[in-house]
Design a protein around this ligand. Structure first.
Ligand SMILES: *[C@@H]1O[C@H](CO)[C@@H](O)[C@H](O)[C@H]1NC(C)=O
Ligand SMILES: *[C@@H]1O[C@H](CO)[C@@H](O)[C@H](O)[C@H]1NC(C)=O
Ligand SMILES: *[C@@H]1O[C@H](CO)[C@@H](O)[C@H](O)[C@H]1NC(C)=O
Length: 323
């Protein structure tokens, strides 16, 4: 056979094989979380008459020829271990990528090289790999919270749809017990402050970017008012005790002194108890028995709110007498 005939025959064969399916079957676009492992299922058809001697995966290059940097090359000894060829040289070109990285956000192509260079072939459509990252979405825009507030954090992928979302939650790197995609924190305290991350439970490398949550420290939010409240409470109790002792003493005194009570009834605007308390009989009981000065201040204040001016007069005078 003449050289020309051979060439024509080859050309015809190539056209035929191309048409008959010398081809690479890529999967649909693959979406994976950064840090996870994705598999690109792939198969290829070739001619029975040729032998595949080399298989190559490359990224962002349409034909993966010769010097094109590859991510996997069957004839190389130092392939990046992140890229594992699970296929063979007969029809399976499956590639597995582990610890998915940003640089894998690319289109990958498979090339097979035959013992006859003219039967070598690259599947040109390629497979699109999208690298996504887990992220925390908060029910609140900022991470600043007051004590007692609540927040809901959602762990999701930004682009990929992940069906079975088993996630782990971490605060400052320590695992929390929650494992659902939602973390609800109610009644926040300063102890809840920290950097929250989440990731797929099966893969620790898929951690999200941290969400920084800060709960106002107790000095402003709870501690000081608590102490102030206690002090006020104790003072109130002491005051009440003094008051009760006083009331009892005064009532006893009033019961003994009829003229004093009568004088009290003359004040039609006054409250009975107050006027009883304020009844002056300084002659019978010394001012010391009631801790007089405190009471005086208290009751004159109360009286000031009252409209009946003339009712104040006797009280002031009585107070003056007490002192
Ligand atoms: C290709 O190989 C992978 C890994 O060994 C396997 O899971 C897959 O089923 C194979 N594909 C075909 C079409 O045989
Ligand atoms: C991945 O590639 C797409 C398309 O080229 C681009 O829109 C996207 O921003 C890339 N993502 C990352 C994380 O680089
Ligand atoms: C949280 O992260 C920020 C910045 O990433 C850092 O400044 C801060 O110290 C971290 N907080 C904790 C509690 O680790």
């Amino acid at each position: 056979m003449a050289v020309w005939d051979k060439r024509i025959l080859w050309a015809v064969m190539l056209v035929l094989t191309g048409a008959l399916g010398q081809r690479v079957n890529y999967p649909d676009p693959v979406c994976g979380i950064k840090g996870s492992t994705v598999t690109l299922p792939c198969s290829f058809n070739t001619l029975k008459s040729v032998k595949i001697i080399r298989v190559v995966w490359c990224k962002n290059h349409e034909i993966c020829q010769r010097e094109t940097p590859s991510v996997y090359d069957s004839s190389s000894n130092n392939n990046n271990p992140r890229y594992r060829y699970l296929g063979d040289k007969k029809g399976n070109c499956t590639l597995q990528i582990s610890d998915l990285q940003k640089e894998d956000n690319a289109t990958f192509h498979f090339r097979m090289e035959a013992n006859d260079p003219r039967a070598s072939f690259t599947g040109q459509s390629g497979v699109r790999v999208t690298v996504d990252q887990m992220e925390i979405r908060s029910s609140r825009d900022d991470g600043e919270f007051k004590r007692g507030e609540e927040v809901t954090l959602n762990c999701t992928a930004a682009i990929c749809s992940i069906h079975q979302l088993e996630v782990s939650w971490f605060r400052d790197g320590s695992a929390l017990s929650e494992s659902g995609p939602t973390l609800h924190l109610s009644y926040l305290t300063a102890m809840d402050s920290g950097n929250y991350t989440c990731g797929l439970k099966k893969n620790k490398r898929t951690l999200s970017v941290p969400y920084s949550l800060h709960v106002e420290a107790d000095e402003e939010g709870g501690g000081l008012p608590l102490i102030a409240g206690l002090v006020v409470g104790v003072l109130l109790v002491l005051f009440a005790v003094v008051l009760v002792v006083c009331i009892i003493n005064r009532m006893r005194a009033a019961g003994q002194d009829q003229t004093a009570v009568g004088w009290d009834r003359g004040q039609q605007h006054s409250d009975n108890i107050y006027s009883n308390i304020l009844l002056p009989p300084a002659e019978q009981q010394g001012p010391s028995s009631c801790g007089g000065s405190q009471l005086r201040v208290q009751f004159t204040h109360k009286k000031q709110a009252r409209p009946a001016e003339e009712a104040e007069e006797p009280i002031y005078s009585s107070v003056a007498r007490t002192g």
